[in-house]
Design a binder for this molecule. Structure first.
Ligand SMILES: Cc1ncc(COP(=O)(O)O)c(C=O)c1O
Length: 405
C-alpha cells in the first residue's frame, strides 16, 4: 500500500490503544475506573435537546451555509460580546463541526509546508499531528522554569523566520494550568509585533475555579481591524457537556474567515443543521448548567488534589481550570506509556500517558467522573505503585495481591 508521505508521519495514539483495551475489559463486565475521559458527565442542556428534537420532527434538515446558520452566527456574536467584550460581525465568524475542525481549518488556511507552529508543552495531543498533516513543523516549547506556565521568553526563544502561528490553550489540556493575565497580554503583543497569527484555543475558558473570570485576549490587542491576526476558537463541547453535538467555531478577521469558509465548504459543507440548531439554544438559553458543571468540577478537583497530596512520590501542580490534572509520576516510572499500561492491566484504572502531551513521566487524570471514581481510582493507583501501601486490594468480590512493586 502506498500512502502519502505526510499521512505516514501521523502517529498512532497510545491512548486509543489503552481505550480499546479498557472498552474490551468493560464489555467483559470488569470494574474499570475511567480517569482518562475528556468530557463532562452532565447532560446536555434541555433547551438544546428540545431544539434539535423539534427540527428533527419537522423532517426538514437541510444544508446550511458552509460557515454556519445566521442564527448560530448571531449566537456566537452574542457570546463573543458577553465573554470577550468584543463586537464582531457575521463575516468574522465561522461555525464548524467542533472546535477541532475550526482549528484544523484555520491551520489549513494559514500554513504552507515548512512553516513552523509554536505551542507550549504540555500540549493538547492533536496540535502536532494537525500541523504535520499540512506538511508544517510543530515547535513545542517546554517552560524553562519547570512549571506548566510558559513565559514570553520561552516563546520568543522558539521563534524563527519560519514561525507563522502560535497556539495558546488556557485553561490547558492536559495540565489544567491557567496562564496568567500578564502572559496572555505579553503573547498577544509579541505576536502582533512580530506579525504572527495567534490562535487562542479557549475551549475550556469558562471552566475556571476559585471564582476566576475568563480572560479576553482582545483586551490586550492593538489591532482590532481587518488585519488582526488573532483567532479565537471555542465551542459547546466542554462548557455545555455537548461533546457529541460537534459544534465549535472560530472568530477571526474577515479575509481569513472567507478563506476558511472556502476550505470548509469543500471539505464538509459545514456543520450539521440539526446540531447548529441545538447549539443556538445552548448559547442563548439559561446558563445555570455551566455554573453547576463548574461547581461539580471544582468539588471533584478538590477531592483529586486531596487524594494526590497524600500520595508520597507524586508531584502535582494544582489545576486552576478544566477537568484534568497532570501529576508527575516519574518517581515510579519515567515511561508514562508503560505506567498507564500497568495501571490498566493490574488496577483496571484508565489514565492517559503524559508522553501524548509531550511530557513523559506524567499521567493525565480526569476528574469529570464521580467522586467515588476519583477516590477509588487513586486508591487503586496507590496500591499498584506504592510499596508502602497495603499489598492487598479488594475490588468487588475479588481480592488482588500486589506482587510486583
Ligand atoms: C484543548 C482542546 N482543544 C480543542 C478540543 C476539541 O473540542 P471539540 O470537541 O469542540 O472538537 C479539545 C477536546 O478535547 C481540547 O481539549
Amino acid at each position: 500500500m502506498t500512502i502519502s508521505q505526510i499521512a505516514s508521519k501521523i502517529s498512532q495514539s497510545a491512548t486509543l490503544k489503552l481505550n480499546s483495551t479498557a472498552a474490551s475489559l468493560l464489555a467483559k463486565g470488569e470494574p474499570v475506573i475511567h480517569l482518562g475521559g475528556g468530557e463532562p458527565k452532565s447532560k446536555a442542556p434541555l433547551d438544546a435537546v428540545l431544539s434539535a428534537a423539534s427540527m428533527l420532527r419537522s423532517a426538514e434538515v437541510r444544508y446550511t451555509p458552509p460557515d454556519g446558520t445566521a442564527a448560530l452566527k448571531k449566537a456566537i456574536i452574542h457570546y463573543t460580546e458577553q465573554w470577550y467584550g468584543k463586537t464582531v460581525s457575521p463575516q468574522n465568524v465561522m461555525a464548524s463541526s467542533g472546535a477541532k475542525q475550526a482549528l484544523m481549518v484555520a491551520l489549513h488556511a494559514l500554513l504552507d509546508p515548512g512553516d513552523e507552529v509554536i505551542f507550549p508543552t504540555p500540549y493538547w495531543v492533536s496540535y502536532p499531528d494537525m500541523v504535520k498533516l499540512l506538511g508544517a513543523v510543530p515547535v513545542p516549547v517546554l517552560p524553562e522554569d519547570g512549571s506548566f506556565t510558559p513565559s514570553i521568553r520561552d516563546i520568543e526563544k522558539a521563534t524563527s523566520s519560519r514561525t507563522k502561528v502560535v497556539i495558546i490553550n488556557s485553561p490547558n489540556n492536559p495540565s489544567g494550568a491557567v496562564y496568567p493575565r500578564e502572559f496572555i497580554a505579553d503573547v498577544v503583543q509579541f505576536c502582533e509585533s512580530r506579525g504572527l497569527y495567534l490562535i487562542m484555543d479557549d475551549i475550556y475558558h469558562r471552566l475556571l475555579f476559585k471564582g476566576a473570570n475568563p480572560i479576553s485576549c482582545y483586551d490586550f490587542a492593538k489591532d482590532h481591524g481587518d488585519s488582526s491576526k488573532l483567532i479565537v476558537i471555542n465551542g459547546v463541547s466542554k462548557q455545555y457537556a455537548m461533546t457529541g453535538f460537534r459544534i465549535g467555531w472560530a472568530v477571526a478577521n474577515k479575509g481569513l474567515i472567507q478563506v476558511m469558509t472556502n476550505i470548509q465548504g469543500h471539505e464538509t459543507s459545514g456543520p450539521s443543521a440539526l446540531l447548529q440548531h441545538a447549539a443556538v439554544a445552548a448559547i442563548m438559553g439559561p446558563q445555570s448548567c455551566v455554573d453547576s458543571l463548574r461547581t461539580t468540577l471544582e468539588n471533584n478537583r478538590n477531592v483529586m488534589i486531596q487524594q494526590l497530596k497524600s500520595f508520597a512520590g507524586v508531584r502535582l501542580i494544582e489545576p486552576g481550570g478544566t477537568f484534568y490534572c497532570f501529576p508527575d509520576f516519574s518517581a515510579f516510572n519515567k515511561d508514562s506509556v508503560k505506567l498507564a499500561e500497568l495501571l490498566l492491566e493490574k488496577a483496571q484504572v484508565v489514565s492517559v500517558p503524559g508522553k501524548e502531551f509531550g511530557l513523559d513521566g506524567h499521567l493525565r487524570l480526569s476528574y469529570c467522573g464521580t467522586i467515588t471514581d476519583i477516590k477509588k481510582g487513586i486508591e487503586r493507583i496507590k496500591w499498584a505503585l506504592d510499596k508502602d501501601s497495603p499489598s492487598e486490594l479488594q475490588i468487588g468480590e475479588r481480592k488482588l495481591v500486589r506482587d510486583w512493586a
